[in-house]
Write a protein that binds this ligand. Structure first.
Ligand SMILES: [Zn+2]
Length: 235
């Protein structure tokens, strides 16, 4: 039994070589260099130079079971050679990353390794702390703990707001910090992000559903929801 398990063990380089052989049966075998790096997130990178394929993999994956390492090898090598990623590989990888213990690990890493720029709540025209407390009273009986609040660095029209659970922060686009944008739109975006504090993301299965049915129902409490959404469309 001892011998058998020793034979079954593959190093990361061997896993990549085997996947490479399946993707490129006739190409001479390159050298593989696999590093595990301390990233602040789950990113991994791959590149080929002078006959060497180098993969830099997040150290979150270092203790992952071999089938997960192999799934990532398929994903990275398929990307490198512009092939379609086998759905089974991306599905297996995504399911593993979505596991609660893996997510908790990543969450802690982001907190300890990632630095995040958060501006203060005071903008040119609006104060986000004031707005938060006003909405807290109106919709949440004043019971919601205030997270860090800040304005985005750029005037983003694409990402209007987001809640970052790792830093317990709500970031609002600076596009709203202007007298020409009705305050109603800002109120709605802040309310929406506050709902994200209240409704945790549903991580069951491979897909993340951020706006659950409960979330949508709670959002309907906002009066003038239609008017607010109409303003967002004009930005
Ligand atoms: Zn949302």
């Amino acid at each position: 039994m001892q011998v058998q398990s020793a034979l079954l063990f593959e190093s990361p380089e061997q896993i990549y070589a085997r996947v490479f052989r399946e993707l490129r049966p006739r190409t001479p075998m390159p050298t593989f260099v696999i590093h595990y790096r301390r990233f602040a997130n789950a990113n991994s990178f791959i590149r080929m130079r002078d006959g060497i394929i180098e993969a830099r993999i997040t150290d979150v994956l270092q203790g992952a079971p071999a089938p997960i390492q192999e799934a990532l090898a398929w994903i990275l090598l398929a990307k490198l050679f512009r092939r379609e990623i086998p759905p089974a590989a991306s599905d297996r990888y995504r399911r593993w990353m979505n596991r609660s213990d893996v997510r908790r690990h990543l969450h802690l890493l982001r907190q300890s390794r990632g630095r995040k720029y958060i501006s203060g709540p005071q903008g040119q025209h609006h104060n986000l702390d004031t707005l938060f407390e006003e909405l807290n009273q109106r919709f949440f009986h004043g019971l919601m703990g205030r997270p860090e609040l800040g304005w985005s660095r750029t005037v983003s029209r694409r990402l209007l707001g987001h809640f970052d659970p790792s830093h317990n922060a709500i970031i609002i686009s600076r596009v709203f910090d202007s007298p020409s944008v009705p305050r109603l739109a800002l109120e709605y975006v802040m309310f929406h992000e506050m709902l994200h504090l209240q409704h945790p993301v549903d991580h069951s299965g491979a897909r993340r559903c951020v706006h659950t049915r409960d979330f949508r129902a709670a959002e309907k409490q906002f009066p003038q929801l239609k008017e607010a959404k109409a303003i967002l469309k004009t930005l």
